[in-house]
Each structure stands twice: as structure tokens, then as C-alpha cells.
Ligand binder design. Structure first.
Ligand code: SF4
Ligand code: SF4
Length: 186
């Protein structure tokens, strides 16, 4: 009988499949997801490789990947997968698992942006870009990065100074509450 590899966690595949609802085990490594991913050139581990890490039970390696935080949830991979695997949902699940496991990244900007984005939507029912930027800058400590772009964005009406809540803010808050509850019940 072959010996288990040192990073083999046999529960990882099962956990990811249960939480994401995606049949990761059906992946046959065709790489169509990675070749269609708009963010792949920036990723340290591409989506097809993430699938392989999950097969191998490489929990620590998958959760420590920068890629899960760079993923834009555009679902191009999900659309392209010949096996119908919801890869975007897998990436989302890995982000949640990384947060729960307290994985610390060398470059945690993706995580900090994600937290700031979700807080903004939770609060206003939609994203308030100025608030998002401020929260992200404070979290990341990158106070002056991109600051030169602000005047142009204000001029073109791309940044509002004050939040405008969505008419559906209450419903959005309910969605967040339900998601929190579902997470607790997992
Ligand atoms: S959902 Fe994420 S992994 Fe999939 S194509 Fe989009 S950015 Fe890439
Ligand atoms: S497209 Fe689907 S089957 Fe192909 S590598 Fe990606 S996840 Fe696996």
C-alpha cells in the first residue's frame, strides 16, 4: 500500500465539496478554467492547480494561495468547465475556510479588500466606493497608493462623497444574516 504524502488531508476534498456544492472530484485537469481566467497571469496557483491541490488534500497550500484572494468571482471558469464544476464557488469556499483557519498571508491585501467590500455592501446594501477605499486604506496601511487617481474619479462622478443606500438595504442585510446563520450551521 502506498504511503500517504505528508500534506495529504483526506477530509479536505470532502469539506470543500460539501461547503461549495461543487463536485471537485470530477475535475480531469483539462485546464480550460485557467486558460479562460482573466486574473490567471497574476495568480501564484491557477484554478486548475487549486483543483489538484484539493484532490491531493493539500489544505495548507490551497488556503495559503494568493489566488483565492485575487479571484474576481467572474465565473468565467465555471462557464468553461466541461465537467460543470462551479469553480467560482470553490474559490469562495476556500476564502471562507482561510479566514476561519486564521491563515495569514505574506500579502494580505486581497483579504483586506474583500473584508472592506463586504462590510460596505452589508452596511449600505450596495458598495459605497469612497467608504470602501477608506476602509481598505486603513486596513492595508497603503494610505497614499492610488491617491492621484481620486481627483479624476471625483470629476468624472465615479466617486461619491456620501453614501447612497440601496432601496433594498434591508433585504441585503437579511441576506447577510441568513448567510451568517448558514455558515454557523455548517
Ligand atoms: S471566478 Fe475567479 S478563478 Fe474563475 S475565472 Fe473568474 S477570476 Fe478566475
Ligand atoms: S475546467 Fe473543470 S475539469 Fe478542466 S481543469 Fe478546470 S475544473 Fe478541472
Amino acid at each position: 500500500m502506498s504511503e500517504a504524502l505528508p500534506w495529504n488531508d483526506p477530509t479536505f476534498l470532502r469539506d470543500v465539496e460539501r461547503r461549495s456544492g461543487a463536485s471537485v472530484s470530477a475535475c480531469f485537469q483539462c485546464h480550460k478554467c485557467s486558460t479562460g481566467c482573466p486574473v490567471a497571469p497574476e495568480m501564484d496557483v491557477m484554478s486548475s492547480q487549486i483543483m489538484r491541490l484539493i484532490h491531493l488534500g493539500a489544505r495548507d497550500e490551497a488556503l495559503a494561495s494568493q489566488s483565492i484572494w485575487l479571484c474576481a468571482s467572474c465565473e468565467a471558469c465555471t462557464t468553461r468547465c466541461p465537467q460543470g464544476i462551479d469553480i467560482a464557488a470553490v474559490m469562495d469556499t476556500l476564502r471562507m475556510m482561510a479566514v476561519e483557519a486564521g491563515v495569514t498571508l505574506g500579502d494580505a491585501r486581497g483579504n483586506k479588500f474583500n473584508t472592506s467590500f463586504l462590510s460596505s455592501v452589508r452596511r449600505h446594501g450596495r458598495v459605497f466606493e469612497m467608504g470602501l477605499m477608506t476602509a481598505y486604506k486603513l486596513r492595508s496601511g497603503d494610505l497614499l497608493g492610488d491617491v492621484g487617481k481620486v481627483p479624476g474619479m471625483l470629476k468624472r462622478g465615479k466617486l461619491a462623497l456620501w453614501p447612497k443606500s440601496s432601496g433594498n438595504a434591508k433585504e441585503v442585510r437579511e441576506v447577510f444574516k441568513r448567510a451568517d446563520q448558514e455558515e454557523k450551521n455548517r
